[in-house]
Design a protein. Structure first.
Length: 271
């Protein structure tokens, strides 16, 4: 698939599977997909499914292609919940997402999800919350799933510390604190607000107050009032990693040229 061929009018992208389904329904979408919004594409899928269900044993057609109706599975329902949350997951998270129907109970629903690195063991995967629990999950390369689970009744609070390009989510439990580096900075605020709201809605005890935001590179035990000159500087490796991510954000159109140049200058001044 050519770069940008699956881009939508609202700036989003169709995955390869949905792109193939879309052009099967309407072949003209190969050249005109960029003129359609995500809601319009899902509307095409829904209309085609309805028409197919009204004609059992046959396939419904739109445009020049055919698309057979498939009853939605539990995994389809979970993926719809992810879409409804407007989660920004990369293709690297697909293996974990495809295991969710084996992890979630039938009556569980997703209320928050993000791509992350578990800072305790440096495993990369996804962290998500249902109405009852928070789970970190990583699909191992040779099969099997690594899963860490924290029930809402054992969580005292969630808080997060934002950096330039990402945030660190802290899950505070009665047994200690676990930290996760979220790839998208704003995911930390969304995750905290959603899960803390769910916990409070369950009339849990009074929770710990979130810590004051500070640089991720500061030692969390360092008082906020400490002189800036006494804090450790970023390593060259960290700075180059952030520069690389800045470049990707510019390519994706998230950062303008001016914003990119400003943040790049700040990082280079730290070398």
């Amino acid at each position: 698939m050519l770069i940008g061929k699956n881009k939508l009018a609202d700036g989003g992208y169709l995955c390869a599977e949905c792109f193939n389904k879309a052009i099967t329904i309407n072949r003209d979408l190969i050249n005109t997909l960029h003129q359609f919004y995500f809601a319009e594409i899902t509307g095409m899928f829904l209309k085609n499914k309805i028409e197919a269900s009204q004609n059992p044993g046959s396939s419904s057609s739109l445009g020049t292609g055919n698309y057979e109706y498939d009853a939605p599975t539990r995994l389809d329902e979970i993926k719809d919940q992810i879409v409804a949350l407007k989660a920004r997951l990369s293709v690297l998270a697909n293996e974990e997402v495809n295991e969710l129907d084996k992890v979630l109970d039938q009556n569980e629903r997703l209320i928050a999800i993000a791509e992350c690195i578990n800072l305790h063991n440096n495993r990369e995967g996804i962290i998500f919350s249902t109405q009852w629990r928070v789970i970190f999950m990583d699909k191992k390369f040779l099969g099997g799933v690594v899963k860490n689970e924290y029930t809402h009744k054992d969580i005292t609070s969630l808080d997060q510390v934002e950096n330039l390009l990402y945030s660190v989510l802290r899950v505070n439990t009665r047994g200690g604190t676990v930290e996760f580096k979220l790839h998208n900075k704003s995911d930390g605020r969304t995750f905290c607000d959603t899960v803390n709201g769910q916990i409070k809605g369950s009339e849990r005890p009074v929770y710990q107050q979130p810590v004051q935001p500070q640089s991720f590179f500061q030692n969390v035990q360092t008082p906020v009032s400490q002189n800036v000159s006494d804090t450790p500087k970023d390593s060259s490796e960290d700075i180059f990693e952030q520069l690389e991510k800045l470049g990707k954000l510019r390519q994706m159109g998230i950062l303008s040229e001016e914003e990119f140049a400003e943040q790049k200058k700040k990082l280079l001044n730290k070398l």
